[in-house]
Design a protein around this ligand. Structure first.
Ligand code: 5GP
Length: 190
C-alpha cells in the first residue's frame, strides 16, 4: 500500500480555482506536485506550453488518446482536455501528493479508476451572481464564452455532492487554509 494521493480540484469556471491551487502549491512546493493537463485549446494571454498546459493539436491529442496515454479525457467548453497517465502512475508509486485541476466529468472518472487514491475537492462559488461578476472582471473571455460557461454551472453544481469535500470559495485565505487542512487530514488517514 503506498501513501500517494491524487487531489482533484473541480469548480465552475470563475470560482478562483487556479488561484486557490497556485496558493496551495506556493505553500507546499516541496511537498506537492501539480499534474499538467494536455489540451487542444489555444494558449490564452501569457500561458506557456509545458508550464500551464501541454498544448496539442487535435491529431496529436487523438493519437495519445488512441495509445491509452490519458487517465481520463473530456470535452470541456468545446475543447479536448486530458490527464497524462504515466506521470500520475509514477507519482502514486513514489508516494507523492499530486494536485489536479480538472472538470467534474474528469474528477468522477479519476475516482472510479483510483478509488481511495483519489481525493475530490469541489470549490463552489458563494453565489451565481458573484460567479458571473468574476467571469466578467477577468476579461479573458468573450460574452459568448462567458454565457457558455454560465450555462454549464447548474450541471457542474449538481455533481458537487459526489465529491469528498465541498469548499465555498468566499475568502481566498480561508479557502486555502480549509483546503490544506482537508488534504492533510486525508493524508494522515491513509
Ligand atoms: P481552462 O480552459 O479554463 O483552463 O479550463 C477549462 C476546464 O477544463 C476547467 O474546468 C479545468 O478544470 C478543465 N480541465 C483542465 N484540464 C483538464 C483535464 O485534464 N481533464 C479534464 N476532464 N478537465 C480538465
Amino acid at each position: 500500500m503506498t501513501h500517494g494521493l491524487l487531489v482533484v480540484f473541480s469548480a465552475p469556471s470563475g470560482c478562483g480555482k487556479s488561484t486557490v491551487i497556485n496558493e496551495v502549491m506556493k505553500l507546499k512546493e516541496n511537498e506537492y506536485k501539480y499534474s499538467l493537463s494536455a489540451t487542444t485549446r489555444l494558449p490564452r494571454g501569457s500561458e506557456r506550453n509545458g508550464e500551464h498546459y501541454i498544448f496539442l493539436t487535435e491529431s496529436e491529442f487523438l493519437r495519445l488518446r488512441e495509445e491509452n496515454e490519458f487517465l481520463e479525457w473530456a470535452v470541456v467548453h468545446g475543447n479536448l482536455y486530458g490527464t497524462p497517465r504515466t506521470p500520475i502512475e509514477k507519482s502514486i508509486t513514489n508516494n507523492e501528493i499530486v494536485l489536479l485541476d480538472i472538470d467534474v466529468q474528469g474528477g468522477l472518472e479519476v475516482k472510479k479508476q483510483l478509488k481511495e487514491k483519489a481525493f475530490l475537492i469541489f470549490l463552489a462559488p458563494p453565489s451565481l451572481p458573484a460567479l458571473e461578476e468574476r467571469l466578467r472582471k477577468r476579461q479573458t473571455d468573450s460574452d459568448e464564452v462567458i454565457q457558455k460557461r454560465l450555462l454549464a454551472v447548474p450541471a457542474e453544481l449538481a455533481k458537487a455532492d459526489e465529491y469528498d469535500v465541498v469548499v465555498v470559495n468566499d475568502d481566498l485565505k480561508k479557502t486555502v487554509e480549509q483546503v490544506l487542512q482537508t488534504i492533510e487530514r486525508k493524508i494522515n488517514e491513509q
